[in-house]
Design a protein around this ligand. Sequence first.
Ligand SMILES: CC(=O)SCCNC(=O)CCNC(=O)[C@H](O)C(C)(C)COP(=O)(O)OP(=O)(O)OC[C@H]1O[C@@H](n2cnc3c(N)ncnc32)[C@H](O)[C@@H]1OP(=O)(O)O
Ligand SMILES: CC(C)C(=O)C(=O)O
Length: 610
Amino acid sequence: MLAVRAARRFATSAAVARPAARKIELYDTTLRDGTQGEGVSLSLNDKLRIAERLDDAGFDYIEGGYPLSNEKDVAFFERARSLALRSASICAFGMTRRRGTAAAADEGMLALLRSEAPVCTIVGKTWDFHVTTVLRVSLEENLAMIHDSIGFLAGNGRRVLYDAEHFFDGWKANAEHARASIRAAAEGGARTVILCDTNGGTSPGEISAMTRAAIDALADFDGVTVGVHCHDDCGLSVANSLAAVDAGASQVQGTINGIGERCGNADLITVAANLGLKRAGAYAVLERAARGEPFAGLTELSRFVYETANLQPRSGQPFVGRSAFAHKGGMHAHAMQIAQSSYEHLDPSLVGNVRRILVSELSGKSNIAAVMEAALKARKGGHALPDGVAKKVLAEVVRLEAKGYQFEAAQASFDLLVAKCADDFTPHFKRIKYSVDIEGACPTGNMRDDALSEQVIEATVKVRLPDGSVRHDVAEGDGPVGALDAALRKALDVAYPTLRELHLVDFKVRVVDGASEGTSASIRVTVESACKQTGDLFSTIGVSTNIIEASWVALTDAIEFKLRADDARQAKERTQKAALDVVVQAAISASRQACAPKRRPSGSGGVSEF
Ligand SMILES: CC(=O)SCCNC(=O)CCNC(=O)[C@H](O)C(C)(C)COP(=O)(O)OP(=O)(O)OC[C@H]1O[C@@H](n2cnc3c(N)ncnc32)[C@H](O)[C@@H]1OP(=O)(O)O
Ligand SMILES: CC(C)C(=O)C(=O)O
């Protein structure tokens, strides 16, 4: 019965002709509005590299900067001329001519022409309050400034887009002037009028209604389209952008990862994924992608921009964040093993992201099983774990997380924990003792920088190696952890010279409240290490009420993890060599047999064939 109903439904929907998906232009302003975000600064090269990536991804417009503003932006447009772009048009940003200055004599207008950008995007005032109080001109002069500026640029062969600043606030305050201002833009020759929620205070319902009103206001201008530019001050920039699109807008402006002035802009990654994947039947975006499948490149693009701008990625960022498909609750992990759609709205691979099952005190055995399966898969050739290990790991994780451990960001320590629970761990050294001494004059009695610089920080480490020998070494360092690390490496150097490839990349310290201890606060130390030889980056963790002890645990986990990886690699090489030896031996004996003089069958005479 269900099948029949489904077939009927299919037949009905197939019979009705579907309207073609409506093309929505994506206009990226990471290089202009994005750099207006606090803490964001891009070099000329950064800007050029990001522009190339945006073009690869299929964005329609790339706003490169403001040529009136600074030399770097002037240089960007010079260099951008030789970029071999395939999908995007480069846009130069500027404002309407200054009050009382003819467009042809205005420095901003001339800078836009000198940029040679094929597209110029001009911002002008919509809100009467801004016109009279900030610009301090009459409403009529504002309309003339908009009309003249666009007319001048269009007359010089530029495609002009018009950013109607504060459009929504302006429409609420004085719809007549707002309407007149966007019509002045269209009359001047603007191809697209972009409605800006500059202060980010408008909500989706209002955006829909006012976008429809703006489209109506421009209906008599042939070919003039409407776009939207939203800020995130109410956390609504993406919802507002989508509301405008549903109301008829055909361009969305925003930035990668939503960086930008104050709370930022609409995140074009989220906008693109929503329009192109969740609403694919209705809308088409990123169609001109030059490199691979555009949506599967979104995670990489997002991380590339974070990395280039030296910004910390947002873990919970929709679609592309590290946690976007991370499952922590035991019940979630359990259901995910049955059906992936149970706690995911989309297959993470569609946006180039990956699913992660996290291990924490909220875990059940399903999390552990999934994580171990992944760990084993990653460690190719890893053997199956004995029964009961999952329970043991879970108990350990719950116990340690109560002390303040968190394994989500310390996969290497978690791998060691699994190995220990599976009785598959042999330490490469055993601690007998360590100590750290800080000596030095403190002339002022006050631990200031001048006093610290006179200090000697020394660590002593005594360890036993597997052959029974004992190493007792001392080293100095700039700080106690550095001294401890140096002494430990000295003690292990002869036995394990590959440790010279291991480098400390980052060291984070946090004070945590152990859930069940209830007494003193603990210190959690997370160490990020890199192996110079393989390029692998991995993190380890230690927790204690004593920062030195927490550091010792994290450092020794890093060393054990590296040595274990070396052992595994050497074992694999030995196995491969042994297998190769067998093949070589077989080949040698086969060729010997082939070359050996063959006897004629009896009766044919004893003459060799050679
Ligand atoms: C909503 C937005 O994000 S718009 C983009 C905002 N981005 C930026 O401001 C970054 C780049 N800006 C700059 O480099 C500089 O502000 C410049 C080069 C544009 C101007 O610098 P200055 O000449 O020193 O002026 P300043 O920044 O102090 O003030 C802005 C001037 O532009 C005028 N102005 C502002 N908007 C407009 C407009 N749409 N049309 C014409 N003039 C405008 C202001 O009235 C003010 O001029 P005034 O002092 O004569 O009244
Ligand atoms: C210049 C325009 C597009 C702007 O940044 C805004 O209004 O927020």
